[in-house]
Design a protein around this ligand. Structure first.
Ligand SMILES: [Zn+2]
Length: 252
Protein backbone atom coordinates (compact mmCIF):
# COMPACT_ATOMS: atom_id res chain seq x y z
CA UNK A 1 0.00 0.00 0.00
CA UNK A 2 2.81 2.39 0.92
CA UNK A 3 4.62 1.58 -2.28
CA UNK A 4 1.47 2.34 -4.26
CA UNK A 5 0.96 5.56 -2.38
CA UNK A 6 4.56 6.65 -2.89
CA UNK A 7 4.38 5.70 -6.55
CA UNK A 8 1.17 7.66 -6.93
CA UNK A 9 2.74 10.66 -5.24
CA UNK A 10 5.79 10.38 -7.48
CA UNK A 11 3.59 10.31 -10.56
CA UNK A 12 1.63 13.27 -9.32
CA UNK A 13 4.88 14.98 -8.58
CA UNK A 14 6.31 14.21 -12.00
CA UNK A 15 3.14 15.25 -13.75
CA UNK A 16 2.18 18.30 -11.77
CA UNK A 17 5.38 19.54 -10.26
CA UNK A 18 7.00 20.60 -13.54
CA UNK A 19 3.81 22.39 -14.54
CA UNK A 20 3.65 24.13 -11.21
CA UNK A 21 7.33 24.92 -11.31
CA UNK A 22 7.05 26.32 -14.81
CA UNK A 23 4.12 28.48 -13.84
CA UNK A 24 5.65 29.56 -10.56
CA UNK A 25 9.02 30.24 -12.00
CA UNK A 26 7.67 32.43 -14.79
CA UNK A 27 5.63 34.38 -12.24
CA UNK A 28 8.58 34.48 -9.90
CA UNK A 29 10.76 35.70 -12.72
CA UNK A 30 8.37 38.56 -13.36
CA UNK A 31 8.12 39.36 -9.67
CA UNK A 32 11.81 39.10 -9.16
CA UNK A 33 12.53 41.25 -12.22
CA UNK A 34 10.06 43.79 -10.87
CA UNK A 35 11.61 43.64 -7.41
CA UNK A 36 15.06 43.97 -8.86
CA UNK A 37 14.08 47.05 -10.79
CA UNK A 38 12.35 48.48 -7.71
CA UNK A 39 15.38 47.64 -5.60
CA UNK A 40 17.62 49.35 -8.12
CA UNK A 41 15.46 52.43 -8.05
CA UNK A 42 15.21 52.49 -4.28
CA UNK A 43 18.67 51.28 -3.34
CA UNK A 44 21.28 53.87 -2.56
CA UNK A 45 23.82 54.25 -5.33
CA UNK A 46 26.17 55.69 -2.75
CA UNK A 47 29.17 53.64 -1.86
CA UNK A 48 30.40 55.22 1.36
CA UNK A 49 33.50 54.67 3.41
CA UNK A 50 33.83 55.54 7.07
CA UNK A 51 34.64 59.25 7.35
CA UNK A 52 37.20 58.69 10.07
CA UNK A 53 40.74 57.92 9.07
CA UNK A 54 41.32 55.46 11.88
CA UNK A 55 40.32 51.99 12.83
CA UNK A 56 38.50 51.30 16.03
CA UNK A 57 40.18 48.30 17.60
CA UNK A 58 38.22 47.33 20.61
CA UNK A 59 39.90 45.21 23.23
CA UNK A 60 39.16 44.41 26.82
CA UNK A 61 41.10 46.56 29.20
CA UNK A 62 41.06 47.97 32.67
CA UNK A 63 38.85 51.01 33.20
CA UNK A 64 42.01 52.98 33.94
CA UNK A 65 43.10 52.55 30.36
CA UNK A 66 42.72 55.86 28.55
CA UNK A 67 39.40 56.15 26.80
CA UNK A 68 37.17 59.05 25.88
CA UNK A 69 35.05 61.18 28.11
CA UNK A 70 31.63 62.02 26.79
CA UNK A 71 30.22 65.10 28.46
CA UNK A 72 26.70 66.46 28.50
CA UNK A 73 26.21 69.53 30.66
CA UNK A 74 27.64 68.80 34.06
CA UNK A 75 27.63 65.03 33.65
CA UNK A 76 30.48 63.10 32.16
CA UNK A 77 30.79 59.48 31.20
CA UNK A 78 34.05 57.75 30.52
CA UNK A 79 33.94 55.16 27.80
CA UNK A 80 36.63 52.73 28.64
CA UNK A 81 34.85 49.44 28.78
CA UNK A 82 35.69 45.99 30.00
CA UNK A 83 35.05 42.47 28.84
CA UNK A 84 34.41 42.86 25.19
CA UNK A 85 32.53 46.10 25.42
CA UNK A 86 33.86 49.36 24.12
CA UNK A 87 37.46 50.16 24.85
CA UNK A 88 40.36 51.27 22.79
CA UNK A 89 43.85 50.98 24.13
CA UNK A 90 44.65 54.12 22.15
CA UNK A 91 42.26 57.00 22.72
CA UNK A 92 43.29 58.56 19.42
CA UNK A 93 41.88 55.52 17.68
CA UNK A 94 38.62 55.81 19.49
CA UNK A 95 35.38 56.57 17.79
CA UNK A 96 31.85 55.53 18.66
CA UNK A 97 28.40 56.25 17.40
CA UNK A 98 26.29 57.83 20.11
CA UNK A 99 23.89 60.14 18.30
CA UNK A 100 21.64 58.07 16.12
CA UNK A 101 19.49 59.03 13.19
CA UNK A 102 15.90 59.91 13.97
CA UNK A 103 14.03 61.63 16.76
CA UNK A 104 15.70 61.40 20.11
CA UNK A 105 14.53 61.74 23.68
CA UNK A 106 17.57 63.85 24.49
CA UNK A 107 15.75 66.81 22.98
CA UNK A 108 13.53 66.90 26.06
CA UNK A 109 16.53 67.69 28.24
CA UNK A 110 17.17 71.41 28.58
CA UNK A 111 20.95 71.06 28.64
CA UNK A 112 21.21 68.82 25.63
CA UNK A 113 21.26 69.38 21.95
CA UNK A 114 18.05 70.52 20.33
CA UNK A 115 17.11 70.36 16.68
CA UNK A 116 14.14 72.69 16.27
CA UNK A 117 15.24 73.55 12.74
CA UNK A 118 14.86 69.86 11.93
CA UNK A 119 11.51 69.44 13.64
CA UNK A 120 13.38 67.84 16.55
CA UNK A 121 14.86 65.11 14.45
CA UNK A 122 18.50 64.28 14.16
CA UNK A 123 19.23 64.15 10.45
CA UNK A 124 22.50 62.27 10.71
CA UNK A 125 24.58 60.21 13.08
CA UNK A 126 27.28 61.33 15.49
CA UNK A 127 30.69 59.77 15.80
CA UNK A 128 32.31 60.64 19.12
CA UNK A 129 36.07 60.77 19.01
CA UNK A 130 39.23 62.49 19.99
CA UNK A 131 39.41 66.12 18.85
CA UNK A 132 41.90 66.35 16.02
CA UNK A 133 41.08 62.99 14.46
CA UNK A 134 41.38 63.12 10.68
CA UNK A 135 38.02 63.31 8.92
CA UNK A 136 38.00 61.98 5.39
CA UNK A 137 35.46 62.20 2.61
CA UNK A 138 33.13 59.20 2.66
CA UNK A 139 32.57 59.56 -1.09
CA UNK A 140 33.92 61.07 -4.24
CA UNK A 141 32.45 64.48 -4.94
CA UNK A 142 32.74 68.24 -5.11
CA UNK A 143 32.90 70.55 -2.10
CA UNK A 144 29.83 72.81 -2.26
CA UNK A 145 29.96 74.48 1.17
CA UNK A 146 32.48 75.25 3.86
CA UNK A 147 31.87 77.40 6.89
CA UNK A 148 29.65 77.80 9.88
CA UNK A 149 26.46 75.77 9.60
CA UNK A 150 26.50 72.79 11.96
CA UNK A 151 29.54 74.22 13.67
CA UNK A 152 32.38 74.31 11.19
CA UNK A 153 30.90 72.36 8.32
CA UNK A 154 31.88 70.82 5.00
CA UNK A 155 29.20 69.82 2.53
CA UNK A 156 30.06 67.67 -0.45
CA UNK A 157 27.98 66.94 -3.54
CA UNK A 158 28.43 63.19 -3.92
CA UNK A 159 26.57 62.94 -7.23
CA UNK A 160 23.14 61.47 -8.02
CA UNK A 161 21.59 64.36 -6.03
CA UNK A 162 23.20 63.23 -2.79
CA UNK A 163 24.92 65.65 -0.48
CA UNK A 164 26.99 64.67 2.53
CA UNK A 165 27.47 67.02 5.47
CA UNK A 166 30.29 66.87 7.99
CA UNK A 167 29.65 69.02 11.06
CA UNK A 168 31.34 70.28 14.25
CA UNK A 169 34.79 70.21 12.68
CA UNK A 170 37.86 71.58 14.42
CA UNK A 171 39.18 72.88 11.13
CA UNK A 172 38.51 72.54 7.41
CA UNK A 173 41.07 71.34 4.88
CA UNK A 174 39.13 71.95 1.66
CA UNK A 175 37.45 74.84 -0.11
CA UNK A 176 34.34 75.20 -2.23
CA UNK A 177 34.94 73.80 -5.71
CA UNK A 178 37.55 71.27 -4.65
CA UNK A 179 37.13 67.84 -6.17
CA UNK A 180 37.61 65.15 -3.55
CA UNK A 181 37.91 61.43 -3.68
CA UNK A 182 36.79 58.94 -1.09
CA UNK A 183 39.34 58.95 1.72
CA UNK A 184 40.70 62.44 1.09
CA UNK A 185 41.29 64.58 4.17
CA UNK A 186 38.61 67.24 4.52
CA UNK A 187 39.20 68.42 8.10
CA UNK A 188 39.57 67.32 11.69
CA UNK A 189 37.09 66.19 14.30
CA UNK A 190 36.18 68.94 16.73
CA UNK A 191 33.52 70.45 18.95
CA UNK A 192 32.61 73.62 17.06
CA UNK A 193 28.98 74.47 17.63
CA UNK A 194 28.51 71.72 20.18
CA UNK A 195 29.54 70.69 23.69
CA UNK A 196 31.51 67.52 23.11
CA UNK A 197 33.89 66.51 20.33
CA UNK A 198 32.16 64.55 17.63
CA UNK A 199 31.54 64.36 13.91
CA UNK A 200 28.03 65.00 12.71
CA UNK A 201 27.62 62.90 9.56
CA UNK A 202 24.57 63.49 7.41
CA UNK A 203 23.44 62.15 4.05
CA UNK A 204 20.69 63.95 2.13
CA UNK A 205 19.06 63.14 -1.17
CA UNK A 206 17.86 66.32 -2.85
CA UNK A 207 15.00 66.04 -5.34
CA UNK A 208 12.33 68.44 -6.53
CA UNK A 209 13.27 70.99 -3.92
CA UNK A 210 13.01 68.56 -1.03
CA UNK A 211 15.69 66.92 1.00
CA UNK A 212 15.33 63.34 2.12
CA UNK A 213 17.55 62.62 5.07
CA UNK A 214 18.93 59.12 4.57
CA UNK A 215 19.88 57.03 7.56
CA UNK A 216 23.68 56.79 7.19
CA UNK A 217 23.72 53.55 9.15
CA UNK A 218 22.22 51.84 6.13
CA UNK A 219 25.08 53.00 3.92
CA UNK A 220 28.14 52.20 6.02
CA UNK A 221 29.46 48.74 6.67
CA UNK A 222 30.32 48.69 10.32
CA UNK A 223 29.71 46.26 13.15
CA UNK A 224 27.26 48.60 14.86
CA UNK A 225 26.81 46.31 17.83
CA UNK A 226 30.41 47.03 18.75
CA UNK A 227 30.60 50.76 18.10
CA UNK A 228 27.35 52.20 19.39
CA UNK A 229 27.70 53.66 22.87
CA UNK A 230 25.05 52.08 25.06
CA UNK A 231 22.87 54.16 27.36
CA UNK A 232 24.19 57.52 26.20
CA UNK A 233 21.58 60.26 26.56
CA UNK A 234 21.44 60.98 22.87
CA UNK A 235 20.80 57.33 22.10
CA UNK A 236 17.35 57.35 23.62
CA UNK A 237 14.81 57.69 20.91
CA UNK A 238 11.93 60.03 21.51
CA UNK A 239 9.81 57.89 19.25
CA UNK A 240 10.19 55.10 16.78
CA UNK A 241 12.18 51.96 16.74
CA UNK A 242 14.98 51.37 19.20
CA UNK A 243 16.90 49.78 16.37
CA UNK A 244 18.82 52.55 14.61
CA UNK A 245 18.93 50.49 11.44
CA UNK A 246 15.16 50.65 11.22
CA UNK A 247 14.78 54.39 11.53
CA UNK A 248 13.07 55.44 8.32
CA UNK A 249 14.39 58.12 6.04
CA UNK A 250 12.39 61.32 6.05
CA UNK A 251 11.75 64.31 3.83
CA UNK A 252 12.33 67.79 5.17
ZN1 LIG B 1 24.68 65.22 14.97
Amino acid sequence: MWIKLITALMILGVVFLPINLTTDSSINKDISAHQTSLANEESQPLNLSLPLNVKSNWTSADFNTPGIIWEVGDSATKFAVKDGKFISTNPKDTWFVYGWFGSIEAITKPYNIKYPQWDNRHNGIDFAGQAGLEITSASDGIVIFTGDKIGETVEIDAGNNYSITYGHLLDISVKVGDIVQMGDLIGHLGDSGTINPHLHFQVDKIENGYRTAVNPLTLLEVDWSRVVIPDADANRFYEGSQDPHLQPNFIW
